[in-house]
Design a protein around this ligand. Sequence first.
Ligand code: ATP
Length: 236
Amino acid sequence: MLLEINDLFVRYGKSVMALQGASLEVGEGELVSLIGQNGAGKSTLLKSIVGIAPVYSGSITYDGAAVTDKKFSVIKNRIAYVPEDRGVFSSLTVGENLRLGAVSRRDKGNIDGDIERELARFPILEEYWGRGASLLSGGEQQQLAIARALLLRPKLLLLDEPTLGLAPIIVDLIFDVIEQLRDEGVTILLVEQNAVRSIEVSNRSYVMQAPGKILGSGNANELAANDAVVDYLGFS
Ligand code: ATP
């Protein structure tokens, strides 16, 4: 497995144990989703992979290396993270944001070609190339954030609720892109509240229940046969 998370506990401050023994695996080329209600601990799990959540115990192994090791570099290991707030640089233009995505890349070859490819994937970014990122709508900023992450040529792409608060047509577009990336073989861990769509497009899904426990996992059929999961997600 490319990513292996085992019995992970994350504690904020003295009292909030946001993850309580979560385990999850992502194989190379897989699209895996992590679904569950608000506050379940989904974002915390992604943050722990990129080193911005306080891991209390348990292990996170990426390509055989311990992520919690001080020497582990998220960028060098080509892990791209798109946070829930998208994290675009609002004082920069669309083009500058995209170029920044490739800055920390070791292989500098064909960055222009990669930018062209992402502009073809997200035509609105080509149209708004010189526009300040702060002037973009939420859906446009989300496209920019994903395109920028892809310019790292990620071996693992972490997406935190990429469709949150977006209009239905943009939600469709983002899910289309996620399917496209899956078909291109990009390894993705997707955090989503849209359980039905996520289970549909993913190879496997994990269902997380507060506080920070995995309730069940599997493909669509396996989840549909899991009573605890069906009860929690409220599927009929
Ligand atoms: P959402 O969909 O609302 O983002 P989530 O499933 O991603 O939910 P997390 O954001 O990981 O959940 O939060 C898990 C728990 O940890 C919640 O109880 C939340 O209040 C708490 N929490 C998250 N970040 C912090 C923090 N920096 N300090 C203290 N508690 C936190």
